[in-house]
Write a protein that binds this ligand. Structure first.
Ligand code: ADP
Ligand code: ASP
Ligand code: MG
Length: 453
């Protein structure tokens, strides 16, 4: 059994969907196929919801665009005998969506749960189209078996409940050749629609792969594999043929968008390999992410890839007391705020999306210090970027200083002393406007001349 995941980039147009059909129908073993919303639709659904809440009629134009896109795709890819049924099902979801958008517009406000409901329509519609398009495919709805719970204001997987539900659903479907599953969407403990976070279809696929003990998880996207940098930033980034789970995890945690970070853990845990493949170039070998022992040898041990996170903030404690730094790190950890590059003294990085909450928490935690200690202060920077060079695990203690030197020589100021983030990897923060140049500089200096053996 195999799990294949096709992202929005692969299910965006009738042409790409016909590639998906060819890839799925050529499989010689039973498979689960996880699909995202049609490319770009999740963003449009969010825009429609926000515009509806803002008042005015802009949202209805966005809705019309979503409607006609699905209509066109459905007409183009679903075989004529299944057209009526497929479009009927998609149309009834579109009607529901329109009613919800109208209600948001009337109320003039939107809650996070309502936004989650609106974005769910993307995958709920795409899975109907893909199921109708592929011979003998059966639909297994993630809303029936992926459960989330709230943790620090975020939806996280409820592994225990999901485990039971997945086992029962997939044992019902044990004779099916192709099972289509919408990615990303889930239900919470109250039965309301939630999701696994942006990019979460990869995670849905990995959760199912781990539960059913799949032989392999294939992530089909629009690039030839995991590359040494984001190809949109570094034009001559190279495809990496093999990565260990840990290396892939580090690259993803520092922003390599090709795989959603939580994806790797469930399959790593079960030692199920991941292959990154290109829907538009299916014969390319792709990248194999697997057990550490299989990791290939690379001539320059410190150079696997460069990753970057666009919106990060530097948190600084000015004149910290002896224990205030550890109190800050504990405070963030207790409240589910991920910290990056803690320097153990006064700085750490956080994601931009956590900035407001971090500020509230810090002001509360250090209320008396802020009042009583004249020099004590808390600063959260403007949006900045984090860049990371990911190595192969070999200890390289001077990597942070060489990273700083390389960036400084290229005229890129480093806002925080680069930190060692694992034995062979280092990261630092630069101005948001320097992100592109910083990634290109690191790639040119540390990776470009690397040869793969
Ligand atoms: P999908 O819709 O298939 O989930 P995503 O847009 O989420 O696709 O991920 C694929 C994109 O990730 C690529 O088009 C590429 O621009 C970007 N990307 C960022 N970093 C990397 C990297 N290191 N290797 C490959 N692709 C990357
Ligand atoms: N459609 C969702 C998103 O755009 C999930 C995914 O594509 O993985 O974030
Ligand atoms: Mg993705």
């Amino acid at each position: 059994m195999k799990v294949l995941k096709f992202g929005g980039t692969s299910v965006g147009t009738p042409e790409s969907l016909s590639n998906v059909r060819a890839i799925v129908e050529s499989q010689s073993e039973p498979c689960v196929v996880t699909v995202s919303a049609l490319g770009g639709i999740t963003d449009r659904l969010i825009a429609a919801a926000d515009q509806a809440a803002a008042g005015g009629d802009v949202y209805s134009g966005i809705f019309d665009e979503i409607y006609s896109r699905h209509r066109r795709v459905c007409e183009a890819v679903v075989p004529s005998g299944y057209q009526g049924e497929a479009w009927g099902a998609v149309k009834s979801l579109l009607d529901e969506l329109e009613t919800i958008l109208k209600a948001i517009n009337l109320l003039g406000e939107i809650t996070e749960r309502t936004r989650d409901l609106v974005v769910s329509y993307g995958e709920r519609m795409s899975c109907i189209i893909v199921t109708s398009m592929i011979a003998d495919a059966r639909l297994a709805h993630s809303l029936d078996f992926i459960r989330t719970r709230r943790s620090f204001g975020k939806n996280v997987l409820d592994s225990e409940t999901s485990h039971k539900l997945i086992m029962s659903k997939f044992s019902e479907l044990k004779d099916a050749k192709t099972i289509i599953v919408p990615g990303f969407i889930a239900r919470d403990e109250d039965g309301r629609i939630s999701n696994l976070g942006r990019g979460g279809s990869d995670y849905t696929a990995a959760i199912i792969a781990a539960e059913i003990g799949a032989r392999v998880l294939e992530i089909w996207t629009d690039v030839d594999g995991f590359m040494s940098a984001d190809p949109r930033i570094v034009g001559d980034a190279m495809v990496i043929d093999r990565l260990s789970f840990v290396e892939a995890m580090e690259l993803c945690n520092f922003g390599a968008k090709v795989v959603y970070p939580p994806t790797i853990y469930p399959v790593f845990h079960k030692n199920i390999p991941i292959i990154i493949k290109n829907t538009f170039n299916p014969t390319a070998a792709g990248t194999l992410i697997g057990d550490d022992h299989n990791a290939r040898v690379i001539e320059n041990p410190e150079a696997i890839g460069v990753s970057s996170i666009a919106d990060t903030r530097l948190v600084t404690l000015t004149q910290p007391t002896a224990e205030s730094y550890s109190r800050m790190i504990n405070l963030f950890s207790r409240n589910g705020i991920e910290t990056m590059m803690p320097d153990g003294h006064k700085h750490c990085g956080i994601r931009g999306t956590d900035a407001r909450r971090a500020e509230e928490l810090l002001n509360e935690e250090f209320a008396s210090e802020l009042l009583e200690l004249g020099n004590f202060g808390i600063r959260i920077s403007e949006p900045m970027a984090t860049v990371a060079i990911i190595g192969r695990g070999q200890e390289s203690t001077d990597l942070p200083s060489r990273l700083a030197k390389t960036l400084n020589s290229a005229g890129i100021p480093v806002s925080q002393t680069p930190q060692q983030v694992s034995p062979g990897s280092a990261a630092c923060m630069v101005a948001a406007t320097d992100l592109k140049e910083a990634v290109q500089t690191i790639h040119a200096n540390f990776i470009q001349n690397t040869t793969v053996q």
